[in-house]
Design a protein around this ligand. Structure first.
Ligand SMILES: [Zn+2]
Length: 318
């Protein structure tokens, strides 16, 4: 793997170290004892195990932060993974210090959401659908013992988003193949793979299979997003000096603007998929949902019927 940045951002490094990211590159082979030692907490407790992938330290938080918090509140195990370290995602800062800053930001978001987070040490803007990265994603899904895997669709303006989508798709079958990455046991059951909602139309538009009202956790989600200051308060790679708060009053004004903008965005999602919300929640409750997140079932991986798929989600009818 490329390890040009001095920081090692893989939060589960300790768990993985015994197996070694390098194991797939060489001949080192970890035995069953090492596998048992690396098993994440909560395996076998009957709760769902969900792993979500994004290209950058903020993608998962935007796309599935609400549903992630709802799952977590129900005791399910949710991990958000950024496949790059975000080290060019700012107009003024870059490199290792920015990668470290962004990792701290999503760690704070995870604390707020009740989720787990991992930031992989791959340069921002340079994610490629390589065999090495296919192995990385396959191992992450297996190590989490995932029942549900989420990722972006492969239609997107940003190459890292597209390739994150490709990498998750490429792992969708390989997670079950025992002699692909034999250092981490293959999953016995293929997880359900889902895409985040998006607005892209070509070559095919997004299909809203599951729409979830997130009003009960909206404040929590907004707090988690505001914690990602480098991106949303300071504007990320498209920002400028004028966005940086200089005192308490300007900070409050800026953070309020960020909250309002995100609230509007997820309200637009609810309005766009109002018919599906009414179908899922019923007439009255469906009409009342203010903010929503939306997902599409991927054709790869397990293929539950729509009713079964929706049961996996924290759809709470009032
Ligand atoms: Zn992104």
């Amino acid at each position: 793997m490329r390890r040009n940045v001095s920081v090692c951002l893989i939060a589960a490094a300790a768990a993985i170290a015994g197996l070694g990211m390098a194991a797939g590159l060489g001949t080192k082979f970890a035995g069953p004892a090492a596998w048992a030692a690396a098993a994440p907490a909560g395996v076998g407790d009957g709760k769902l195990r969900v792993i979500a992938f994004g290209a950058h330290p903020d993608d998962c938080e935007i796309r599935v932060g609400g549903v992630g918090a709802m799952w977590a509140a129900q005791g399910h195990h949710v991990k958000l993974v950024s496949l790059t370290n975000g080290d060019i995602g700012h107009w003024r800062e870059a490199g290792g210090p920015l990668a470290q800053r962004r990792t701290r930001e999503v760690q704070e978001s995870a604390r707020i959401l009740g989720t787990t987070v991992e930031v992989c040490d791959i340069h921002d803007g340079e994610l490629m659908p390589t065999l090495e990265n296919r192995r990385l994603v396959t191992r992450l899904i297996r190590e989490w013992k995932a029942d549900v895997v989420l990722g972006p669709r492969t239609n997107d303006y940003h190459p890292d988003h597209r390739y994150a989508g490709i990498l998750v798709q490429d792992a969708a079958f390989m997670v079950t193949v025992p002699f692909f990455c034999p250092d981490v046991p293959a999953l016995k059951r293929n997880p359900v793979f889902l895409y985040y909602g998006d607005r892209f139309q070509r070559p095919n538009p997004f299909r809203p299979d599951v729409v979830v009202g997130i009003d009960s956790v909206m404040e929590q989600k907004l707090k988690a997003l505001v914690a990602i200051q480098s991106q949303f308060v300071e504007g990320g790679c498209g920002g400028h000096e004028g966005l940086v708060p200089t005192d308490d009053a300007s900070r409050k004004a800026r953070e309020d603007a960020v909250r309002a903008s995100f609230r509007q965005r997820f309200a637009a999602t609810a309005n766009q998929y109002r018919a599906e919300l009414i179908e899922i929640y019923g007439q009255d409750a469906g009409k009342q949902v203010k903010c929503a997140e939306v997902f599409e079932l991927c054709e790869y991986g397990a293929q539950p019927a729509l009713a079964e798929l929706r049961k996996l989600f924290p759809i709470v009818r009032p």
